[in-house]
Design a protein around this ligand. Sequence first.
Ligand code: PMT
Length: 416
Amino acid sequence: MSVPASGPLQGQRILLCVGGGIAAYKALELVRRLRDAGAAVQVAMTAGAQRFVTPLSFQALSGHPARTTLWDEGAEQAMGHLELARWAERIVVAPATADLLARLAHGQADDLVTTLCLASTAPLAVVPAMNHRMWQHPATVANVALLRSRGVQVIGPDDGPLAEGESGPGRLREPDAIVVELAAFAVPATATAPPGLLQGLKVVVSAGPTYEDLDPVRYLGNRSSGKMGFAVAASAARQGAQVVLVAGPVHLATPPGVRRVDVRSAAQMRDAVAAALPADIYIGAAAVADYTPRAYSPNKIKKTAGGQTLAVDLVRTPDILSEIADRHDAGLKLVVGFAAETDNIADYARSKLVAKRLDLIVANRVGVPGAGFESDDNAMTAYWPGGERDFPPAPKLRLADDLVHLVAERLRGDTR
Ligand code: PMT
């Protein structure tokens, strides 16, 4: 899948910072893909990166000399490093090695790349690539968490064969997929861009799982990663909507231009969604727990002597989607639900459409590889009274755009 030159990266000024790992050669392809998507690209390299790929190769592909050091008088005269930091509307670090992630997390400025990142206010995306043990080391895990908490977009890494003949999480994501993820988190349209499909509308999106606490140690949860709902929120923001994203416990960066409210339980999600109203559109992509423990135990539940079973008394959670669909005071124009099913998808989805009084329901199969929970990809069918549309397998980021287009069509009432 590729991002068209007329897409969200068109005209964006991207500074690509290349780190010193074997995957640096893939950054060459990334420059091409970014330019194909309409972006203007300049490249800065760490000293390590220059041991793997030459600056000349990046110059040939980007159309600009690659910057290699803070101490280059000629380059500084042409465009000082602070000017380059200001020029960038987006900074992408690929490959981001463990060392580079650590230096970025701790605000160091001990070479050109880290100085540029620290001197810029542009949104930062990092694309990690390293040995799987380095990626899983607690130090790297903590550095990545710190970067995420500052709103840094973390793309990948993928799981698979690594350079040293080992296998595991640590592969640089493929350049096409990196560009798709950058496009999904593209900075919302500028004042000069044409108005988006949802311009002037307020959209509330729920995403991710809910956790229902049993005691201070345990909870009931589910496999939702939030990827689908976050992609929908990002897409709606790119189409000009004012977006509130009510997120269950997930590890995803907040899309640009989106107001995020973090919650844990179904009850908290209900309150946060209600507080975000009035709105024009509600899209319920969250996998809300249907049941919660009747009573929370403030002390850890102990094994009883000889007890082989434990019965937990559960009660229904509020059905947020139905409650929202029933509200007539909130100015809602469209209520959209999701249906996660393992079988009889069309029948179950259509009956939820009617039972929950929805305007649109999006059904997807769960429990199969390459779709549903956790996966980057999905396949869906949307149903509305009197119509349906298939969305064949594709990245969630792409499907979210297609769904937002359908939402805009349904609002205009021109889909039958
Ligand atoms: O987060 P990901 O890993 O990307 O995976 C999400 C997904 C890809 C599976 C997503 O597309 C999806 O289907 N999300 C909803 C899953 C779900 O909970 O389906 P459901 O059939 O149990 O619920 C139906 C609808 O009712 C949903 O819109 C849900 O938000 C809503 N609901 C359910 C229970 C409840 N108490 N309140 C609700 O609002």
